[in-house]
Ligand binder design. Structure first.
Ligand code: ATP
Ligand code: MG
Length: 141
């Protein structure tokens, strides 16, 4: 495992701001896996990142549709939430990722399970942990 970077946030807007900062370090072709419990702030972080990348409209959870695409920013973005795939992850994900990954896109994946992290060109891993109240510990590696 490469080096871990840690941040603490105390509100949704702080997590969004952290996402915005992370977005400055992303390039097309990168896949960002985001792990953490329900309500940890995964979507909030993606929202901040999308804003930074020039997405103007609402950035909401793709829980029910599995994937959202944002094509109005600096780079095309895919935002996946694989929670609902549950045990179907292994059979569904390869096809899904083939559609949603690309050298020109930045892809965020919530609930990636134990998806093979070596499958993508470049990967950033993020985990978000509850730390009581509105505090969250965000790790990057
Ligand atoms: N420090 C914080 N960072 C992010 N969200 C916070 C924080 N403190 C409180 N919250 C609240 O926690 C919730 C986070 O929701 P969000 O949809 O981003 O979580 P999620 O990890 O994507 O959940 P899910 O697993 O359901 O997709 C929001 O209601 C937000 O207001
Ligand atoms: Mg979410």
């Amino acid at each position: 495992m490469r080096s871990i970077e840690s941040h603490e946030t105390s509100s949704q807007s702080e997590t969004e701001a952290l996402g915005a900062g992370i977005a400055l370090r992303l390039a097309p072709g990168v896949v960002v896996y985001i792990r953490g419990d329900l309500g940890a702030g995964k979507t909030a972080l993606v929202r901040g990142a999308c804003r930074q990348l020039g997405v103007a409209g609402r950035v909401t959870s793709p829980t029910f549709t599995i994937a959202h695409r944002y094509d109005d920013g600096i780079h095309p973005i895919s935002h996946l939430d694989l929670y609902r795939l549950g045990s179907h992850l292994d059979s569904e994900v390869p096809g899904l990722l083939e559609e949603e990954l690309g050298p020109e896109r930045i892809t965020f994946v919530e609930w990636p399970g134990d998806l093979d992290e070596n499958s993508a060109v470049a990967v950033l891993n993020i985990s978000i942990e509850h730390r009581g109240g509105d505090k969250r510990l965000v790790k990057l590696w």
